[in-house]
Design a protein. Structure first.
Length: 74
């Protein structure tokens, strides 16, 4: 997969329900998951369920979050 613009799901603290954030590019990572990059943040690998490649109609509507989710792949 080449680098492709995407939206990434972020969940804040106890009071922030979460939101989709634009400005990222994603590419597949050899170790699994997707490598997400943004000039303002440190690049990291995340599971596929946190990334969409089409702008969500509601930026506050969460993705299908699996039980006991892994948020960042290390």
């Amino acid at each position: 997969m080449r680098r492709e613009r995407c939206w990434v799901w972020f969940k804040g603290g106890l009071t922030d329900e979460g939101h989709w954030m634009s400005g990222w590019v994603a590419s597949t990572a050899a170790e699994g998951g997707l490598l997400i990059e943004n000039p303002s943040y440190v690049a990291c690998r995340v599971p596929e369920w946190r990334v969409v490649f089409k702008e969500p109609s509601d930026l506050n509507q969460p993705p299908q979050i699996p039980d006991n989710p892994i948020w960042k792949l290390v």
